[in-house]
Design a protein around this ligand. Structure first.
Ligand SMILES: *[C@@H]1O[C@H](CO)[C@@H](O)[C@H](O)[C@H]1NC(C)=O
Ligand SMILES: *[C@@H]1O[C@H](CO)[C@@H](O)[C@H](O)[C@H]1NC(C)=O
Length: 630
């Protein structure tokens, strides 16, 4: 056997090398062919024969690469028109996502359905028109995101959409689709907009979870929360209308009875469970509960809502109440940053008085006050359970070695296979999110322009440091958002929750980390340090506007699309409208604020290649600083 393997292996390696070089030229040729089919392709100057689309450090504009191979085309807002040569696209075997948003393409929808492996198709804001064949999507089984909004499509909504089992997002608003909505029952569908078409008939049951403004502007739609009841007697049905209604009535009655019985059963089970829990909890709470806290009760206006009073208990009991294990946690704390001399162990922590601070995307965090007077924040991270001990130790030590004035320091950690605790310094002022959006009365007034400027500058510098020190990480921070920025007594910002990427599986990361809210991640393309820059941009806009960005809400409901807002404000030259009224009246400084808004906009550029470089962002922010003083 072995002597056969040798030549075979050699042959295999040879084929792979041959294929890669070969596929590089195929890719370049395919893209050049595509470019030829465009009109007004001036922005594609970097697409030149003799260069490589995925060359290290200088990709062709709008070309997204994964492992050196073209995986996506991000050609939004590029003034393109003409044809889209799908024959050329077919040659890109790893192409997963095409985005031609906001160009001037017209005519019938191109045969994108020949790209069977596509995950994302984004062609909103063009002038495509006409009917889309009903089976158009039937050979695109992996399609997750379909954006066709604001074109001139007409005819029925293609029924093959209903058979895309992976569909997550479907945007058809502002076209002229007519007829009824196909039965879109996909459980994964999380984002839908069918507004402003000519749709009619009943809204399918599977779509009733969406808000009415996903359906508005379709005069013929009824049922659900469209505001119009369906008149079933008007639709001719095989049974006589009356018969139909009475049958329906009977069905409803049966359902109501079943529901009532279920609810009663649930209540009984719940009561029994509560009684049992009370009894076990008494035996679990062995630590004395301290009730001598004097911190003000904070209410968070956004997704971190916790009435802290109701969560005051000993850390040990708080810990066990949410822990599946009843005993003492095995093992001790590993102290990693101990230069202020405070010594504490797991037993001190277990006895500490604690309160829940919030439920973040990675798990619960507690404030724990230990007997010696030291106060720390403990985070129970639920997303790292697949990480082995050695890797975890190594990463923690690496993070502990990071020292910068704008980083929150990790003091200690605790590792158990199914449980990880990270212990951080506590900051009295709490998070930037709380200050900006919490109880405005308490703290918002302190956020003057100089304070906000200092916060932005500190965040950018902290991020710059991380990008240098963790330059091998795909995401040096990964979860930059206002709830992960804490403030010292004198409003110096401290970044927290940085550098977790190597410890979290990619699917968990995609769900939990804010870098995955960047456009490249939303387009199913890979994230990079530039995704952190996007998050920085969103935060700059958030701090200047005082508005909560919808980008960082898990369900994207509520909040403001600051990125879109600043884009249109800049086009119309009314950036000042975006400023928080609480700072906008510092008239002398408005030019600095507007400059900063432009930096925020450049950091949130959709195309990561055109997004502002972090060093450059820091330099420009520092420039404003000099002007503000001078
Ligand atoms: C050509 O593209 C540029 C930007 O790339 C754009 O500003 C211009 O409007 C486009 N021209 C036409 C005729 O579409
Ligand atoms: C759907 O699109 C319309 C028109 O652009 C918009 O007004 C509405 O808010 C959108 N609804 C959702 C749920 O996105």
């Amino acid at each position: 056997m072995i002597h056969v393997h040798g030549p075979l292996l050699f042959f295999h390696v040879f084929v792979v090398i041959f294929q890669t070089t070969n596929s590089k030229t195929v890719e370049a040729e395919a893209l050049l062919k595509l470019k030829e089919s465009f009109q007004n392709a001036t922005v594609l100057d970097s697409w030149k024969p003799g260069t490589e689309p995925c060359a290290q450090g200088k990709h062709w504009v709008g070309v997204v690469c994964a492992h050196g191979v073209v995986s996506g085309l991000l050609l939004g807002h590029s003034g393109l028109s003409g044809k889209i040569d799908v024959d050329a696209l077919v040659l890109l075997s790893r192409l997963r996502s095409v985005a031609f948003l906001s160009n001037s393409f017209s005519g019938p929808i191109p045969d994108f359905n020949r790209l069977g492996a596509l995950r994302g198709l984004y062609i909103s804001d063009n002038q495509f028109l006409g009917e889309i064949p009903s089976d158009y999507f039937s050979k695109m089984a992996g399609l997750k995101k379909v954006w066709l909004s604001r074109n001139e499509f007409s005819g029925p909504v293609p029924s093959s959409l209903a058979r895309l089992s992976q569909l997550l997002e479907l945007h058809l608003e502002n076209n002229q689709f007519s007829g009824t909505i196909p039965p879109l029952e996909q459980k994964n569908l999380v984002s839908l907009n069918l507004s402003n078409n000519n749709l009619e008939g009943e809204i399918p049951a599977g779509l009733l979870k969406f808000s009415p403004n996903a359906f508005q502007g379709n005069a013929g739609l009824c049922g659900g929360n469209s505001g119009r009841a369906c008149d079933h007697s008007a639709t001719p049905s095989p049974d006589s209308p009356k018969d139909h209604n009475s049958k329906n009535g009977l069905k409803i009655a049966i359902w109501v009875i079943v529901a009532v019985i279920l609810v009663l059963l649930l209540i009984i089970v719940a009561v029994i469970a509560i009684l049992l829990m009370r009894r076990t909890q008494e035996t679990l709470f062995d630590a004395p509960v301290k009730e001598n806290l004097d911190t003000p009760v904070r209410t968070y206006s956004t997704n971190v809502k916790k009435d802290i009073n109701s969560n005051r208990k000993g850390f040990g009991s708080a810990y066990r109440a949410v822990s599946s294990r009843r005993g003492k946690p095995a093992g001790d704390l590993v102290l990693i940053n101990n230069d202020n001399g405070s010594q504490f162990g797991m037993s001190d922590l277990m006895k500490a008085a604690a309160e829940v601070l919030g439920n973040g995307s990675l798990g619960l965090s507690y404030k724990a006050m230990m007997d010696g007077g030291a106060t720390v924040v403990v985070k129970r991270i639920k997303e790292m359970n697949k990480t082995g001990r050695d890797k975890f130790d190594a990463e923690m030590r690496r993070l502990a070695n990071l020292k910068h004035k704008n980083l929150l320091r990790i003091l200690a950690y605790h590792y158990r296979k199914e449980e990880k605790l990270l212990v951080y310094e506590y900051q009295q002022k709490g998070s930037l999110m709380f200050l900006l959006h919490g109880d405005r009365g308490i703290s918002h007034a302190d956020l003057t322009w100089p304070v906000r400027f200092k916060i932005i500058q500190g965040i950018a510098r902290g991020l710059g440091y991380l990008h240098t020190e963790l330059s091998t990480h795909e995401l040096p921070h990964g979860d930059l958002k206002s709830s992960n920025v804490l403030l010292t007594r004198d409003y110096e910002p401290l970044l927290s929750d940085y550098g977790f990427c190597p410890l979290i599986s990619s699917s968990q990361a995609a769900e939990a980390l804010s870098a995955y809210k960047s456009p490249e991640a939303a387009l199913n393309l890979h994230v990079s340090p530039k995704s952190d820059v996007f998050c920085l941009g969103v935060m700059i806009l958030e701090i200047l506007s005082g508005k909560f960005p919808c980008q960082f809400l898990l369900n994207a409901q509520g909040g403001t699309d600051l990125v879109q807002w600043i884009r249109s404000a800049i086009q119309e030259g009314r950036e000042a409208d975006l400023l928080d009224p609480d700072i906008a009246n510092a008239k002398n400084f408005q030019s600095g604020m507007v400059q900063l808004l432009h930096i925020g906009a450049a950091c949130t550029e959709t195309n990561p290649d055109r997004r502002l470089d972090l060093r450059e962002a820091i330099r420009r922010i520092d420039d404003i600083d000099t002007c503000q003083r001078g």
